[in-house]
Design a protein around this ligand. Sequence first.
Ligand code: FAS
Ligand code: PHB
Length: 390
Amino acid sequence: MRTQVAIIGSGPSGLLLGQLLATIGVETIILERSSREHVLGRVRAGVLEQGTVDLLGEAGAADRLHAEGLQHSGISLAFDGRLHRIDLTGLTGGKHVTVYGQTEVTHDLMDKREAAGLVTVYETANVALHDFGGASPFVTYDKDGATHRIDCDFIAGCDGYHGVSRRSVPASALKTFERQYPFGWLGVLAEVPPADHELIYANHERGFALCSMRSPHRSRYYVQCPADERVEAWSDGRFWDELRRRLPPQTAAAVTTGPSFEKSIAPLRSFVAEPMRFGLLFLVGDAAHIVPPTGAKGLNLAASDVRYLFAGLREFFSERSKAGLDAYSSRALARVWKAVRFSWWMTTMLHRFLETGEFGQRIQEAELDYLVHSKAASTALAENYVGLPY
Ligand code: FAS
Ligand code: PHB
């Protein structure tokens, strides 16, 4: 079998790249380790930058997003028993973010790919990348008791942090940067109305909390928990009590509780692998970088990587120019590191770090107090949150 771009991974990165390439007639095959249902069962990001929304529109996969997505013009920071609103739209000359779950983005892209009759092979085993440092790359994988081979022009490693693509690069060719945070996020989805019409990021001496949503009827909440916490230790009742203890009284009173239908713990880390290109292999999204979700950047960074790689591939297939592909890694990393910094800053400002003690808590409260009373500081947060220019 042969294709032009072999894509490893059917998450947002792989699906969005595949859809954009389809709009210019470039053939792809996506290889996915899990089942379609498993991929769709993942609950992850919830906030889209306008650039991500525009890219989904360019891919022809934004109809439901435009119909059901919630445009938000602000977020609130909760500390010192109060809410402090950051006017994202007012501070950025009219920009906003859209609340629309990653699960829905993935679903829309899968539906679009299937409607176009494009090939995704699910439940592949032992995917292996070959000769991407030479002129004739190919991918092999096992399925239905046989080993299959796909020859291609390029390989897009869209297979996430635990994927095979980054691991296929010789360790000597890769430089990685990592910071593990000493806590995780315990997240809950419940079919209850959100506590507020916008997101609330709470700094509290008991720990961080986030009030988010998926729709006017479906809420997404998180509380900071120890890195080694087990989800079984958290009943719904315990979760709701802890969440409300970390929120200002009037917000806590506005929380509608109910049975959770998803409850999971995500570890928090910052990670970057450089460079993001090795010959004819390109690393995209979580395969190349991970950010703590505090800045709502993970999914949006994956989209910006796709945008840069799509531009390079379009240039190659239409003009046989390699300039865009040669610039991919440096262009993507420039935006990646700014988002890594912002996500690290939001995380260190809002979470409880036991090792910094009471002094650390007071420094955080002073930074938050300065932030919400300084137009310059609030503008800096707003510019990063809505998404820096590509
Ligand atoms: P993904 O990890 O989404 O997709 C990679 C795909 O490759 C998966 O389908 C996987 O099954 C497949 N794959 C892996 N190895 C393979 C192999 N060897 N062969 C074939 N296929 C393989 N971001 C936010 O902005 N906000 C959040 O709240 C947030 N919460 C998160 C919670 C968790 C638990 C995780 C893990 C991430 C979270 N993120 C969040 C980040 C997340 O949204 C990612 O940024 C986003 O999924 C990136 O998309 P992809 O790069 O496509 O990687
Ligand atoms: C979410 O709704 O899942 C969400 C929103 C904002 C974040 C992280 C997660 O920063």
